[in-house]
Design a protein around this ligand. Sequence first.
Ligand SMILES: CC(C)(COP(=O)(O)OP(=O)(O)OC[C@H]1O[C@@H](n2cnc3c(N)ncnc32)[C@H](O)[C@@H]1OP(=O)(O)O)[C@@H](O)C(=O)NCCC(=O)NCCS
Length: 171
Amino acid sequence: MAATEIVGRAVMLESEAFRRVMHSDLTIRLLAREDLPQVLQIERQSYSHPWAEAVFRDCFRENYRLWAACQGDVLVGYAVVAYMFDEAHLLNLCIHPDRQGQGFGRQLLRHLLGEAGRENLWQTILEVRLSNKAAHQLYLAEGFAEIGRRPRYYPAADGREDARVMAFRFA
Ligand SMILES: CC(C)(COP(=O)(O)OP(=O)(O)OC[C@H]1O[C@@H](n2cnc3c(N)ncnc32)[C@H](O)[C@@H]1OP(=O)(O)O)[C@@H](O)C(=O)NCCC(=O)NCCS
């Protein structure tokens, strides 16, 4: 395929993804404790080792930012970010399995990065399972780089699984 054709296709795909997001009526607002029943439903459908309700409840703190992605009144995803000194730590980013692949994860990620930048944090870091290809691709595409590994960081069906540590630097 000629280089111009590849670039042309990339622009077309970007604009299709952009159109999907623009017409999706997705809104992002602060997550509330009242959202937890829906959050827990999505969490349990999305992860092999979901967070317990007590873990979410413990995140309603002054130095945490919790975001809800909604279509109308329906919660379709959420993100949990901890601010530690001058660094943001993305602890959870999740889109309902039925709503994945529509650009919502990207939009939520861009939102939380924008907010962290606005609050003058210098980087956002996260851990992601080695086997989580979708999330890894999303983070790479949005400008994160791998900065290390944490061996046996996650529980797994057959033991433990390593995490990639990734960082997005604002400057
Ligand atoms: C990871 C997750 C948040 C992505 O959200 P999403 O709304 O499905 O993703 P988007 O539609 O915004 O896709 C954005 C990019 O992610 C990557 N991506 C998404 N799904 C993918 C898949 N199945 N395979 C490979 N890459 C994928 C692509 O780079 C995609 O960009 P493209 O559409 O231009 O190719 C979502 O899959 C999810 O909630 N997974 C379960 C929870 C989880 O694993 N969270 C991350 C923990 S670290």
